[in-house]
Design a protein around this ligand. Structure first.
Ligand code: PLP
Length: 259
């Protein structure tokens, strides 16, 4: 009898430095015991310092890829990162609407850590309209949360995002300062939870992707959202503790560490 693993459909961009994007997703999902089904939404021109450009993949190709996957392979969870264009978001929404409900983790990627843009206003509006309402968890970092929620504090911004219909918002604290960072989970039912994690210091290229992909692997494996978040957080902490110096910019989490 052949082995089977949970399958995570993941849509995100290709980062040729191997730090963020689809490579981070594939490595994290694999390390956490699932089989990734990767769809590349955009090809970035990027190194460990910054994004220098990006080209979207044709949305009709992505539509065909999704249909072929569905016809062949059971899907247990979905994770999105950089989406390339509003049209790709619309294609994914139509795909999700035409099948059974799946746990969806949306990492609302706006900028690379070096400041390079990975989403324009039309893409952000499409994510809010089409993906946020279906999401089990959104995983914005601090700046993304304030930009998307339009408020000056994180809690108010998270509550605004919950109005889109998502079940929870995990505000990640990696971009702050101090010896500890706090990840805060805001749920649609009003319950809040937070985790204080030791800050290793510095910023790591692809840590947000790694966390969101890790959560999607936990959900695909049948963990509840809290367990999935905790498992992903400790995986990210270990990957960062053993981070790799790849180029002159940010180190890259080593996602080959044992979970
Ligand atoms: N997705 C892609 C394709 C990227 O290039 C980047 C950043 O460079 C990200 C996502 C976000 O990366 P991080 O996990 O560092 O937030």
């Amino acid at each position: 009898m052949l082995k089977q693993k949970p399958h995570v459909l993941v849509l995100s961009g290709l980062d040729p430095s191997g730090g963020a994007g689809i490579q981070a997703d594939i490595q994290a999902i694999t390390a956490l015991g699932c089989h990734p089904l990767p769809i590349v939404t955009c090809l970035t021109e990027q190194d460990t310092v910054n994004v220098h450009g990006a080209e979207g993949v044709d949305a009709t190709l992505i539509e065909r890829q999704l249909m072929h996957l569905r016809a062949d392979i059971p899907i247990h969870a979905v994770k999105t990162g950089a989406m390339g264009s509003a049209t790709v978001v619309e294609v994914l929404r139509a795909f999700l609407d035409s099948g059974p409900a799946l746990p969806l983790v949306v990492d609302p990627v706006i900028k690379a850590a070096g400041g390079g843009e990975l989403a324009d206003e039309a893409l952000l509006a499409a994510m809010k309209e089409h993906l946020f309402p279906l999401a089990q968890t959104l995983t914005p970092n601090g700046p993304e949360l304030l930009q998307l929620g339009g408020a000056t504090d994180e809690a108010a911004s998270a509550r605004t995002l919950l109005e889109t219909g998502c079940a929870s918002v995990l505000a990640t604290g990696g971009h702050g300062t101090g010896s500890h960072l706090e990840n805060r989970l805001f749920r649609a039912d009003g319950r809040e939870q937070s985790w204080q994690l030791e800050r290793v210091g510095g910023e790591y290229h692809g840590s947000g992707c790694t966390l969101a992909a890790g959560i999607s692997a936990g959900l695909a494996s049948g963990h509840d959202p809290t367990q999935a978040i905790e498992q992903a957080q400790s995986f990210v902490a270990r990957a960062i503790a053993g981070a790799l110096q790849v180029g002159a910019g940010q180190p890259v989490p080593d996602r080959s560490v044992r979970p």
